[in-house]
Design a protein around this ligand. Structure first.
Ligand code: ZN
Length: 697
């Protein structure tokens, strides 16, 4: 496979303010794309930077009483520090106050001022502009674009100013046909499709020339032909995409990454699509340069359904989130939640739930149980590759890494992650099916056990690598835990079978420690006493171990209460103990129970996220559960029937609204449902996967 040459950019961010979550969203996405492409083996250049000129900056610096350059240095530094803290690995960071940028803009001007349009006119001319101007947008607004009365800029909620000045103009109108062809033919591919249609609709109204200089602004790059003018901030800013890679001196990087073989892509917010899909390619074509080959416009992030806005206090502080949940969790949530092209609403509960369910439960558990089993059954070393499929069934179907790479490349991060998490789920299920804890008991099946665990370790390595563009530092941790030496191919290639037999594992450390969610939906819906750890209502003396003879296994004998009475009755039917007047439907007794008695039970599906034996007890297991994103702990008398590892990842049914109790001094919040066969517990389950926290009726 020949490596592709791929160039992509974020918009450069305006230093009129410190970064907000929208900046982080786009930059994280572009970083993930760059990492995915590097992993795939392509030649990548990922560019970001800051936009530092214009009237706004002039005004802010004046208000703050500092020089414009000092102000820009400061805010640009804040952007870079944030990118460092969010693990953004760009290949270039351009500032429009950089000399290399100024030189490039001037070179572009030299080309434009002598350029002829396809119909032989001057591409640049002097003209007079009069119109409503929003100084915050630094753009003229048409009547349609303003809110009335008062000629208000809809983005800034401030009146526009009537402005007349003599400017240099770019004859965009002469490029109508060229641009129309460029877009319709997908030589410049605009995605999502709805954005492409939006641009085509704008073109239908006829393209207008636009002014490319400003006479009243000082803080900018002066136009050599008339130093009382500086370049219009958008022309200045858009040029960064080529100045940063050495357009001024025709550097090899420019030739390569803005060359005909390269994909030249801009990732932008949907609000600046006209500038990128009309103005910018128009200018480039006029200057005899290649236009972008791809533009992707992502959707907006909102919070509580409203646009993020500092003035209304509707903000998301990425740094605070990263401190709270970890950088990888934030990156994961931003890219997992919605398709990148669409608007989406941020919710911290959503983030916390994703964290617990996808990262802690699915991925974290796969890693920890896999490595724990290799520690236990293979002396802490990668087992031998054995050329056989364990137990005759295909536990590990082919992992389609090309599918994942393709999805990354379409900026469909959510689909890529969905695909990867499918492979994680497969592996978790394969563990349950194969039951290594049983196979390990049979010395005749060592080769089979090794075959399984080798493939499992490879699956862990591959999913970590494939997820690494989004969760880079966690993926590195996994590779370390697998003991893969730095600089080896196994750390960077998704080819199967690169783990070396006999390689000792590294120290096993927790990947995503579970977090408490105080207000998860399941708790809001009907509050079982979830997380009420501060107020145990149960007796503190250790009750006897739970009965395992009944039809239902109680995780703990229950103190009284409306729901626990019902459980006690069900349990004792087959215990044969004396009962209060029977009202249960449990066979074989034909007694009946009212619907309200059953309705008092809050039965929920729960996923086992961790399990361990309780010291000093043969029967009891301590289980950590995920009940619809809410963690809880129960103690259950099923240790004689199930190994702890066997339970992790399983969906069980719990009675969620039992009062908490203590067993052997361990808190138990609820009980699970199981039958007893030949004295051993058999867990109740479902014939297909049911989301955790689902009510069982
Ligand atoms: Zn505005």
């Amino acid at each position: 496979m020949t490596p592709r040459t791929l160039f992509h950019t974020t918009p450069i961010y305006y230093v009129n303010d410190v970064p907000h979550a929208g900046h982080a969203y786009c930059t994280i996405a572009c970083d993930a794309l760059a990492r995915a492409r590097r992993l795939h083996g392509d030649q990548v250049f990922f560019l970001t930077g800051t936009d530092e000129h214009g009237q706004n900056i002039e005004r802010i610096a004046r208000e703050k009483g500092v020089h414009e350059q000092d102000y820009c240095d400061q805010i640009s530094g804040v952007f870079r520090a944030l990118w460092d803290s969010l693990d953004i690995r760009y290949d270039g960071f351009i500032r429009t106050t950089d000399e290399i940028h100024k030189a490039g803009v001037l070179k572009l001007w030299e080309r434009l001022r002598v350029a002829k349009t396809p119909d032989g006119q001057d591409a640049v001319y002097r003209g007079k502009y009069a119109g409503w101007y929003c100084p915050r947008c630094e753009a003229f607004k048409t009547d349609d674009e303003m809110k009335q009365p008062g000629n208000i800029c809809p983005d800034h909620e401030r009146p526009c100013e009537w402005t007349e000045e003599e400017n240099f103009f770019f004859r965009l109108s002469a490029y109508q046909t060229v641009l129309d062809d460029l877009i319709r033919s997908d030589k410049m591919r605009i995605a999502p499709e709805s954005r492409k249609n939006e641009v085509l609709a704008v073109m239908k109204q006829g393209l207008q020339d636009f002014s490319i200089s400003r006479a009243r602004v000082k803080w900018g790059i002066q136009i050599p032909d008339d130093p009382s003018h500086v370049f219009y901030v958008w022309v200045d800013a858009l040029s960064n995409y080529i100045t940063a890679i050495g357009y001024a001196d025709d550097a090899p990087e420019f030739q390569k990454f803005w060359g005909p073989e390269a994909e030249r892509m801009h990732v932008i917010g949907k609000e600046i699509i006209r500038f990128h899909c009309l103005y910018w390619p128009g200018l480039l074509i006029a200057a005899g340069l290649l236009p972008p080959s791809r533009v992707f416009a992502h959707g907006w992030m909102t919070k509580d359904g409203k646009k993020l806005s500092k003035s209304t206090g509707n903000i998301i502080d990425t740094r605070v989130l990263a401190d709270q949940y970890g950088v990888d969790a934030v990156r994961y949530y931003f890219l997992r939640e919605t398709s990148f092209g669409q608007d989406w609403d941020f919710s911290e509960i959503g983030l916390a739930q994703r964290y617990n369910s996808d990262l802690a439960n699915d991925f974290g558990n796969l890693v920890s149980r896999s490595l724990t089993m290799i520690s236990k059954y293979c002396d802490g070393k990668i087992p031998a590759w054995v050329d056989q499929e364990p137990s005759g069934f295909l536990l590990f179907p082919q992992l389609h890494d090309e599918t994942v790479f393709r999805q990354y490349d379409s900026l469909n991060f959510s689909a890529a992650l969905n695909e990867i998490w499918g492979h994680i789920g497969e592996a978790n299920q394969a563990i349950v099916k194969f039951a290594p804890w049983n196979v390990a008991k049979d010395p005749g099946r060592t080769a089979e056990l090794n075959a399984f665990l080798y493939r499992l370790a490879e699956r862990v390595r591959l999913v970590a690598l494939l997820a690494s563009p989004v969760i880079p530092s966690s993926a590195e941790k996994v590779l370390d835990m697998l003991g893969i030496p730095l600089g080896t191919k196994a750390r960077t290639s998704t080819e199967f079978g690169l783990l070396q037999e006999g390689q000792p594992l590294g120290p096993i450390t927790p990947l995503f420690p579970r977090i408490d969610i105080k207000k998860a939906p399941v708790a809001q819906e009907k509050p079982p006493t979830v997380n009420d750890e501060t107020k145990p209502q149960a007796p503190t003396s250790a009750p006897p171990p739970p009965a395992t003879q009944g039809n239902v296994i109680a995780s703990s004998p229950q103190p009284d209460g409306p729901s626990s009475n019902v459980i006690a009755r069900i349990q004792s039917v087959s215990d044969g103990t004396k009962q209060p007047p029977p009202t249960t439907t449990t066979p074989p007794e034909p007694e009946l129970v009212g619907i309200e008695a059953f309705g008092a039970l809050d039965l929920r599906t729960a996923k086992v996220t961790a399990a361990e034996k309780i010291k000093g007890s043969k029967k009891l297991l301590k289980l950590q559960l995920d009940v619809g994103g809410v963690p809880r702990q129960i103690v259950s008398g099923i240790a004689e029937a199930y190994e702890p590892e066997q339970l992790v990842g399983r969906t069980i049914i719990v009675i969620a609204n039992l009062k908490p109790a203590k067993l052997m001094g361990v808190e138990s919040h609820g009980m699970l449902l199981a039958a007893t066969v030949d004295g051993k517990a058999v867990l109740a389950g479902f014939e297909k996967e049911v989301p955790t926290g689902t009510r069982v009726k």
